[in-house]
Design a protein around this ligand. Structure first.
Ligand SMILES: Nc1nc2c(ncn2[C@@H]2O[C@H](COP(=O)(O)OP(=O)(O)OP(=O)(O)O)[C@@H](O)[C@H]2O)c(=O)[nH]1
Length: 390
């Protein structure tokens, strides 16, 4: 009897142990996965894309009390693409202008009989591409004269002819140097100062960010001035661009005085020994002061430190004649030293390069060919015309 009782107790104990294992096993499966590693302070949230965003990428989550651990270093800096050859790399972005202007002109010039109607069509192609009336007439006159002399016209001859005449129109003799080198000869040495001006929406802040990358790629140390105080997001945007290449941004309060931010930026640039101070100015204002008065003031105030080296006017190539009107107004207030034509990738009106240079007598120095971080190219007439005629 005793044996039976002992056997029953052992059996019950064994069954109980087995059941326990099963339950534990089930519980294990039901447990949530182990917590992920705590987020690292300062770690980049995503691969930087062409357009840095100042907006947070997600809703803020619960506050995580991270264990004290090794301090995360700053995110690695971008290495911007070299500036030489950028236009050649981006030539396909001019395909709209290439198709309607370059190919259109070549097709018309290849006709067996170049009668009056054909010359009128050639004129129309140039006008539609925003080349402007006077430059169009000049080009057509020269083409007519040279085609007459040429006699037979092979496709290669026509291409060469058109390349030469368009290049003359774009004017390779203009000095397109960006003056961004520090003034070592002055006491104390002073950074070059570049003002970026233009109305809102033309791509001014984006261009300032891209230009900082151009300068860094060319070996300059850059300090940014966020004098567009209308939108805090504009200053955030500029700062994000700068951080990616190690350029600090001097900012003021939202709605603050743009001239004072610009002045401070240059002052700090002198103190830090920067090569170039790049100031993004306002395209809109909080105050009732006219934009142009304010811009004149920014320039005057900055010039207390010394002359401004570059005033770059940013124009949106897709706005055509409107852009030309803006250009004229800006030129009356500040001496524009160079033009940046943005969004040339989004238009068939590549001829605006010619029109705007003629209007202001100022060279196009840079062109925007996309939203990518390095889609801003130094303007090179020969490479531009080559891209247009394929
Ligand atoms: N496709 C294309 N888009 C561009 C180019 N340059 C700028 N953009 C876009 O144009 C838009 C406006 O650019 P912003 O730099 O914010 O314009 P902004 O002139 O500073 O405008 P505000 O800050 O409102 O004064 C952005 O979506 C840019 O990505 C370009 O060359 N090509």
């Amino acid at each position: 009897m005793e044996y039976i009782i002992i056997a029953v107790v052992i059996a019950v104990a064994l069954i109980g142990a087995a059941a326990g294992l099963v339950v534990t096993g089930r519980r294990r499966k039901e447990l949530p996965p182990p917590p992920a590693a705590p987020p690292q302070v300062g770690a980049p949230t995503a691969e930087p894309s062409g357009q840095p965003s100042a907006e947070p990428s997600a809703e803020p989550g619960p506050v995580v009390q991270a264990e004290p651990g090794p301090v995360a270093g700053p995110p690695p800096l971008d290495v911007p693409e070299p500036t030489a050859g950028r236009l050649v790399r981006l030539r396909s972005r001019l395909s709209r202008s290439q198709n309607s202007m370059g190919k259109g002109l070549l097709a018309l010039l290849s006709r067996d009989h170049l009668d009056e109607d054909t010359w009128e069509e050639i004129e129309e192609v140039l006008l539609v591409a925003d080349v402007g009336v006077a430059p169009t007439q000049e080009l057509v006159e020269r083409l007519r004269a040279r085609v007459k002399v040429l006699g037979t016209r092979s496709p290669d001859e026509l291409r060469t002819l058109l390349r030469e005449e368009l290049t003359t129109l774009v004017d390779p003799t203009m000095d397109r140097t960006l003056h961004t080198a520090r003034h070592e000869d002055e006491q104390p040495p002073r950074p070059a100062v570049v003002l970026v001006v233009g109305v809102n929406g033309v791509g001014k802040t984006t261009t300032s960010g891209k230009l900082a990358r151009v300068l860094v790629a060319d070996g300059r140390t850059v300090l940014l001035g966020a004098a567009d105080t209308f939108r805090a997001a504009a200053a955030d945007q500029l700062q994000t661009w700068g951080e990616r290449v190690g350029a600090r941004t001097v900012r003021g309060p939202e709605g603050g005085d743009p001239a004072s931010v610009a002045f401070d930026a240059v002052k700090q640039g002198i103190a830090e020994g920067a090569d170039t101070v790049l100031v993004d100015t306002a395209g809109r204002l909080h105050t009732k002061t006219g934009l142009m008065d304010e811009l004149g003031k920014v320039k005057r105030v900055v010039e207390k430190h010394g002359p401004v080296d570059e005033v770059l006017l940013v124009l949106d190539a897709t706005t055509g004649q409107n852009g030309l009107v803006q250009a004229k107004v800006f030129a009356e207030v500040v001496d524009i030293t160079g033009i940046v034509l943005t969004k040339l990738d989004g238009t068939a009106k590549g001829g605006i390069v010619v029109a705007v240079q003629r209007q202001l007598g100022v060279p196009v120095k840079l062109i925007g060919l996309g939203e990518g971080a390095d889609d801003l190219a130094p303007f090179d007439p020969a490479a531009f015309v080559d891209a247009l005629i394929g």
